[in-house]
Every structure is written in structure tokens, then in C-alpha cells.
Design a protein. Structure first.
Length: 462
């Protein structure tokens, strides 16, 4: 048995002839005016996600904020000389965006993820992934992912993560959907015009405040939330700009004049949490307040912020269009649980295990136990056989040559990513045919050790 494990470097998939990839950080720098390459890269992402093309001022503000997170941009570019040889090359040269515009984009940077262990773990976050549809089936996406995962492995990152627009793409690269969120509508008149009625008595004080003065408070509360919330991802700099209304999320060259804010101060005077919300206008039927962000240090403060919002005059409905926890206790907190209606549920964070030893030793566990695990990996990074011994809620993980315990299970790295934060039970994955074991395997014991009693929650989008 050996406790040493080194992830394998993935084979970097080649690009088709006539394409070249470049990774750089100087795209994201604070300058008096964005350079043409910066503007081209930003607008290629906007094109890929069907967003409006933003002004130079917008791009400059955005890039200056992204620089604070030390983000790396990877672009794939078409060689004009090679493209000119194609039958459509003359048309591309005449009507296309030009050689400065990448035909593939990929952005990544490092933050931390709370996996439920003693400390949050480093994680490579991936965003801004686009491929020009005119250049499909040329290996662009596979090259960018394998090249940047290889960089993460070389840098010693145990995890990578992303959020996705399409659910069928990233599983083949080893990413598994690990957290979910709900959309909800809350009828604030379900118990009469007096607003939502809660079962528990009011605690502390909720205060309407000036959002532009909240950054220090928000950072303090989010730090506490991040430490205590499994599934939480450390936030990027743009959150503080929007959360303090310095930026309108629809136009960051303007302040967010519609934004309103409240904070909860706990009975002992400490910071409990905040909410940012907007009124949808007097023409909205029912009269609706949309909650844009809500972060608290505990369930008590979340309940009090919701109580305050539910008692606001002339408001018939609260809406969360995202970031409402799957197992939020609000229905059980209300005298009328039907006041809270789920209108949608979607995945948020997709996790990719790079180093199983570090990742498994850094997560939470349900109970003591021991098992061995054969892990398969289409990119070869994390594959191997591992023995996991959990005692006192802490795991010791060893890389081995073969199974070393009677309880031996096999799964792929995508499945492990989906299981990692505790959103899905191993029993569900077994029923789905995604985990196998010998006939005498103790599935009940495996579930007791691996599964967790509550759902993870990620309030950070990127």
C-alpha cells in the first residue's frame, strides 16, 4: 500500500490544422483603454452567449475587475493564411470578425470550494467557454479543456469546477453535476394582508440600508457563510461591485439605481446577513419583489430576512429566480407552507476531481467506515484504486495497486464529481447503474459513510 498519488497529466488534444491556441493573463488588466485583443476576446464571449456587444467603457470596467481574480484567458485563433486556402476563405476574410477575434474562448482562475472538511479546498474555476459554430468539429473545445486541466494538474489543484449552459457536454470530460438550486415564488398574502406568518418568534433586527456602504459587511458575512456552507465557492470581484450597487448588472457603466438592501443584525449585535432586491414595478401583477442575492451566516438570519421581505407593504409576491437552496426550511417555517411554490430546479456547480486523495480527504463524511474504490477516468487524470478509511469524520485515503478491503466499489470520475458534495446518494447512483460492486457488498454501510444528511448549496455563479 502506498499513500503517494500523483495525478496523471492528460493528453492534450490537438487542434485542427490552421488553428493555434494562446493563453495569457494580460487581457485582464486595468488600462486607460482596453487593447484591441481584450475587446475582441470579450466580444467573442458575448457573441457565443448571444449577449449584446458592450461599450469600450463596459469592457474596461469588467476587465479591471477580472484582473483582481488573476484570470487566465485562452483563445483559439484561425490562421488567416490557412483560412485563405479554404473555399470559404475569401468570404471569411471579407465578412468575418478578423484575426484578432478568437474562434474559441476559455477563462479560468483559482478560488476555494467548501467540501465540508476542515478547510475549503483550492479549485480551478472555468467560465467563458465558447466555440464559434463556423469552426465546430475541429477539436477546439477538447483542446482547451485538456490543455487547461493539464495546467491545473501541474499546479497541484485537487478540483476543477464550472457552471454549464448545456448539460450534455462536460460529463465526457469528467465533470459531474454536484449542486442544485431552486426558483421559487412566495405568496406574501397567503395568510392575509399582514404578510407571511412564521411559526418561530422574531429575533434580532432587520434594517433597510444603503447598498453602496455594504461592501465590508458583505465580505464579512460571506466569509462566515463560505466557511460554514458545504458547496460554497469563493466569490469573484464582480460580486462586490454589483452587490453594492456600484454596477447595474444590465449595464455596469451605470450604478444600480433599482437595487434595495436590507441587513439582519443578530440579538448580540453581530452581522447576520443581507439581501439585495428590486421591485418589478407597479404594473407587475401580482406586485412582485425579486430577491437578487441573499447571504447569511445561519438559518436564523435567513429566516428573519425572509420575514421582513414577506411583510413589506403593497408587495404580493417574492420571487427568487435562482440561488434558493433545494432543502431550504422556509415551507416548514411558515404557518401556511403552500405560500412557497417551487417553479424550477436546475444544477449549478459541476465538479471535476483531479486528485482523489486530496479531494476525498478534504470532504465531509456521514459516518465512520472503510471501503476501496476503483476510479475510471476518460482523461486518465484521476484513475486508480484507492482505500478510504473514515474515523471521527476524517478520511485517510491511500492509492493502492488493488482492492484492499472487502467492500470494493467501482465508478467513473464523473459520478464521483456528482457525489462529491453530497447532493446525490450513492444508492441513487447504484440504481442508475453508475456504481458497481460485488454481490455481497454492504450498500447500506457504504451509504452511511459516503452520504451526507443535508444538501450542498452554491450561491456563487461564474
Amino acid at each position: 500500500m502506498s499513500t503517494d498519488f500523483s495525478p496523471q497529466m492528460p493528453e492534450i488534444s490537438p487542434l485542427a490544422e490552421g488553428l493555434v491556441a494562446r493563453s495569457f493573463t494580460d487581457t485582464f488588466e486595468a488600462e486607460s483603454k482596453p487593447n484591441p485583443a481584450s475587446v475582441a476576446f470579450s466580444r467573442a464571449i458575448e457573441q457565443g452567449f448571444y449577449e449584446q456587444w458592450n461599450s469600450d467603457e463596459h469592457v474596461q470596467r469588467e476587465l479591471a475587475a477580472l484582473a483582481q481574480d488573476q484570470q487566465t484567458a485562452t483563445g483559439v485563433y484561425a490562421d488567416p493564411g490557412f483560412i485563405g486556402l479554404e473555399q470559404w476563405g475569401e468570404a471569411y476574410e471579407q465578412f468575418g470578425f478578423g484575426p484578432d477575434y478568437p474562434v474559441g474562448t476559455f477563462v479560468d482562475y483559482d478560488k476555494t470550494l467548501n467540501a465540508g472538511g476542515a478547510e475549503p479546498l483550492p479549485v480551478r474555476l472555468i467560465t467563458g467557454v465558447t466555440v464559434n459554430p463556423g469552426f465546430r468539429r475541429r477539436g477546439i473545445l477538447k483542446h482547451m479543456i485538456t490543455a487547461r486541466l493539464a495546467d491545473a494538474v501541474q499546479e497541484g489543484l485537487p478540483l476543477a469546477a464550472l457552471t454549464v449552459s448545456e448539460g450534455s457536454i462536460y460529463g465526457r470530460f469528467g465533470f459531474g453535476a454536484a449542486t442544485r438550486e431552486q426558483k421559487v415564488e412566495i405568496n406574501t398574502t397567503a395568510s392575509g394582508r399582514s404578510g407571511l406568518r412564521f411559526r418561530a418568534p422574531e429575533t434580532g433586527r432587520v434594517l433597510p440600508v444603503d447598498p453602496s456602504r455594504l461592501e465590508e459587511f458583505q465580505r464579512e458575512v460571506f466569509a462566515a457563510h463560505h466557511r460554514s456552507t458545504r458547496g460554497s465557492v469563493e466569490r469573484q470581484a464582480t460580486y462586490w461591485k454589483i452587490g453594492t450597487a456600484q454596477w447595474d448588472p444590465e449595464n455596469i457603466t451605470s450604478t444600480w439605481r433599482k437595487a434595495r438592501a436590507i441587513v439582519h443584525i443578530k440579538a448580540d449585535g453581530s452581522a447576520g446577513g443581507w439581501a439585495i432586491f428590486t421591485f418589478e414595478g407597479w404594473g407587475s401583477k401580482p406586485l412582485t419583489m425579486t430577491v437578487r442575492d441573499m447571504i447569511t451566516v445561519d438559518a436564523e438570519s435567513r429566516r428573519e430576512l425572509l420575514r421582513h421581505l414577506g411583510e413589506m407593504d403593497l408587495v404580493d409576491q417574492l420571487v427568487f429566480n435562482r440561488s434558493f437552496p433545494v432543502d431550504d426550511p422556509l415551507p416548514q417555517a411558515l404557518q401556511n407552507p403552500r405560500a412557497c411554490r417551487v417553479t424550477g430546479i436546475s444544477d449549478v456547480l459541476w465538479v471535476r476531481i483531479l486528485n482523489p486523495v486530496t479531494a476525498l480527504e478534504g470532504r465531509a463524511w456521514g459516518a465512520d467506515g472503510e471501503f476501496s474504490l476503483t476510479l475510471t477516468d476518460p482523461l486518465g487524470i484521476a484513475q486508480g484504486v484507492f482505500t478510504v478509511s473514515v474515523s471521527g469524520g476524517v478520511a485517510q485515503v491511500s492509492s493502492t495497486e488493488s482492492a484492499t478491503t472487502p467492500q470494493h466499489f467501482t465508478m467513473d470520475v464523473e459520478t464521483l464529481g456528482a457525489l462529491y458534495l453530497g447532493d446525490i446518494s450513492v444508492l441513487t447512483m447504484a440504481d442508475a447503474g453508475r456504481i458497481t460492486a460485488d454481490e455481497d457488498a454492504d450498500w447500506t454501510g457504504f451509504s452511511a459513510t459516503f452520504d451526507l444528511p443535508t444538501r450542498p448549496f452554491c450561491a456563487t455563479h461564474f
